[in-house]
Design a binder for this molecule. Structure first.
Ligand SMILES: [Zn+2]
Length: 263
């Protein structure tokens, strides 16, 4: 397997995820790194996030609006405008790769015209959450439809071909982004999803700094594991005669992706 490291920062990057906070977990540090280099970063969130609470008495309408605001805040922390965030509004937990949603995504891709698109890896094995599988397939199918002329011609939008798709939560990672500089920004963006601190970040007391520190340490360990994986995969490739990318030896903190060409 050919291992690559560090794409050039694109002009426009678009991440398509199932729930508010998925993009920050999967690609937050890469987006923050690129935004600092001038990339316009855009988020599409497929569902309304309405299952994201453990509180049986939660006001769901309020939760949906809170999570939308948190997503905009997180996007601003990563270096976005806060307004380059779109919600497809599917019910959380019931996302399907439907023609209606594909059409909406195609319209967005043809309007935003990203160079790089991020999405969930739908082929990741033993994945629990159905929305992550559905969002992955929805993203990939929409990329193909956005690219080719005779899909949804009634939209009246010029087809668009991104050059690269990067799948996060990758089952077989083969592309790594060095995130040593931007990892703290990823943590900060994740902590902006305050309604999710307990359920996804296991922070029981938001006022306790040691809990946020523990979460930051865990995120750092995860990035160190990804970098170790990069070096191991590059060593495997080298044994098979594939020259490793020069950046891989020095990488210490990474986000990992499956890289797919779109053409
Ligand atoms: Zn999710």
């Amino acid at each position: 397997m050919d291992i690559s490291v560090d794409l050039d920062a694109p002009a426009i990057a678009l991440s398509i995820c199932a729930h508010p906070d998925d993009t920050e977990f999967g690609a937050g540090a890469t987006l923050a790194k690129w935004a600092a280099q001038g990339t316009r970063i855009c988020h599409v969130v497929c569902t309304d996030g309405s299952k994201g609470t453990w509180d049986p008495n939660a006001d769901i309408t309020q939760l949906i609006s809170t999570r939308a605001n948190e997503q905009a805040a997180a996007q601003r922390i990563l270096g976005g405008t806060g307004s380059d965030v779109w919600f497809l509004g599917a019910v959380d937990g019931e996302l399907e790769n439907s023609a209606v949603l594909r059409r909406e995504l195609v319209a967005l891709v043809r309007t935003i015209r990203p160079d790089v698109i991020f999405g969930h890896d739908p082929w990741k094995r033993y994945r629990l959450h159905p929305d992550h599988r559905a969002a992955g397939f929805l993203t990939i199918d929409a990329i193909v439809a956005a690219r080719d002329t005779f899909f949804f011609p009634e939209l009246g939008l010029t087809p668009h071909r991104a050059h690269t798709l990067l799948l996060f939560e990758a089952d077989e990672a083969d592309h790594f982004e060095d995130v040593a500089e931007s990892l703290p920004t990823k943590v900060e963006a994740l902590l902006a999803h305050t309604s999710q601190l307990r359920s996804t970040m296991f922070i029981n007391d938001p006022a306790a700094p040691e809990e946020a520190r523990r979460f930051a340490d865990e995120t750092r360990r995860h990035a160190a594991d990804a970098a170790l994986d990069a070096r191991r995969r590059a060593a495997d490739a080298a044994r098979k005669g594939i020259t490793p990318h020069p950046g891989v030896a020095a990488i210490e903190l990474a986000e990992a992706f499956k890289r797919m060409r779109v053409d």
